[in-house]
Design a protein. Structure first.
Length: 436
């Protein structure tokens, strides 16, 4: 039965980069202040960046050296619909710049700092203030709990199209699909320095791991009966801290609801960001939420609606780009096309004076080095109908040879939120169905 312990702790153990902190109890006054109308159920899951209680050997094994900050390292909001037929999981970046609750005069800072100000209760109230949602339950977990949970389940499935290395987390895996143990999975979901997306990429990897584990539990029938759910909940309470409002019965109900959901009924997203490096004196680099899109996200949850497929949360561009055109260097042998691509944000060098007198038949040809498929797809989206050609040993720039066919340059839209945080169902996060 230990394998089914993972069932509900899948979400609790998302709080990687933490260790289980001291239990934070809510008072009766806190309970009363959160009573009121609302649809669905909101559970806040956090992890505390602390090394307290870990031995030197455990720190080495988990690769979590350094000092903790006594702050929330990971924060996720789970919304279960009123009919319990849908779950929406929203990652809240730890550097989100928000106004703290119950501060006079008003004080702003990173959302992860609320914990140091007043533990779980202050964290809950700050999230409620920032989102406008009522939080019904609170869970807190840590490093060792995540490692053990994954091991109990028999490992996780991790897939990557390129090698991943991160010195800080200790991650080192090759390209391909891997069955990883708890320790390696911990490193995978903690890594922050393996792609440009930083924390957004880390949160998406956490979501992918949870998708895999939830899918396996559904296939095994874990939490399918009240008895199995009760056993799971009892075991969970040994490794996950909760508030006074969250007891065995609550965990059983939540666990059963999660156990019944299919992949297309489970949604994942990250709060849409407007400013990715908003510098604040005394606070540092912060993330500022996109006002209209984040408000649409919280409103959808408040009204118990799906967050996927809502253009107010995630606008659908006419021509989406996989990668940022500003980071793609292009040599173009036609002056008009070069100017249009430059206006589109690409880093363009006009090589029209070296163009051949006789143009090749057909649409443009894009030549590029191996391993640049995502950037090539972005460039090809701007040049519809173009042909892609991989050239071994090609340099870092792309070459566009314009042919005899008239060229249309389309405006592409790159949105960093789309790359790693767009609302998607769990079916899109599996290795078989993963999308950019």
């Amino acid at each position: 039965m230990r394998r089914s312990v993972v069932a509900l702790s899948l979400l609790a153990t998302l709080a990687i980069g933490s260790c289980v902190g001291a239990a934070q109890a809510f008072s009766a006054a806190d309970d009363a202040s959160r009573d009121g109308a609302g649809r669905g159920l909101n559970i806040l899951v956090v992890g505390i960046d602390s090394r307290a209680g870990l031995s030197a050997a455990e720190k080495r094994r988990l690769h979590v050296g350094g000092k903790g900050c006594d702050c929330t390292d990971v924060m996720m909001l789970l919304h279960l619909s009123e009919d319990r037929r849908r779950a929406s999981v929203v990652s809240i970046p730890r550097d989100s710049y928000v106004e703290y609750a119950d501060t006079t005069p008003a004080r702003l800072g990173k959302i992860n700092g609320a914990y140091a100000m007043g533990g779980g209760p202050q964290t809950v109230r700050t999230v409620e203030k920032a989102t406008g949602l009522r939080i019904d339950h609170y869970l807190e977990t840590g490093f060792a709990g995540f490692e053990q949970a994954v091991d109990n389940l028999g490992g996780a499935t991790v897939c990557t199209d390129k090698p991943l290395m991160d010195e800080n987390s200790g991650l080192d895996i090759t390209a391909g699909t891997h069955r990883t143990d708890g320790n390696t999975t911990l490193r995978y979901v903690r890594a922050r320095h393996i792609n440009k997306a930083g924390d957004l990429g880390r949160m998406r990897r956490q979501q992918r791991v949870v998708t895999d584990l939830l899918g396996r539990l559904s296939a095994e029938g874990a939490l399918s009966t009240p008895l199995s759910a009760a056993r799971t909940a009892r075991a969970l309470l040994k490794s996950v801290r909760t508030d006074e409002r969250t007891g065995l019965v609550d965990l059983v109900r939540i666990g059963q609801a999660l156990g019944r959901l299919s992949a297309d009924r489970t949604e994942f997203a990250t709060v849409p960001i407007d400013l990715f490096d908003h510098r604040v004196p005394g606070v540092g680099s912060t993330l500022v939420w996109h006002k209209s899109r984040s408000e649409a996200l919280w409103k959808a949850l408040a009204e118990d609606r799906p967050i996927t497929g809502d253009p107010r949360i995630q606008p659908v561009p006419e021509t989406p780009a996989r990668t940022n055109p500003a980071g793609i260097a292009v040599r173009v042998d036609d002056a008009v096309v070069a100017a249009a691509l430059r206006d589109n944000g690409f880093a363009v060098r006009d090589t029209s004076r070296f163009a051949p007198v006789a143009r090749p038949d057909g649409p443009p040809v894009i030549s590029h080095a191996e391993g640049r498929e995502d950037d090539a797809a972005t460039l090809a989206a701007a040049l519809p109908g173009s042909r892609l050609r991989v050239v071994p040993g090609h340099d870092a720039s792309f070459d566009v040879a314009v042919g005899t066919r008239p060229v249309t340059v389309k405006t592409v839209t790159w949105d960093r939120n789309v790359a790693e945080g767009a609302p998607v169902t769990a079916a899109h996060l599996t290795c078989a169905g993963r999308t950019p």
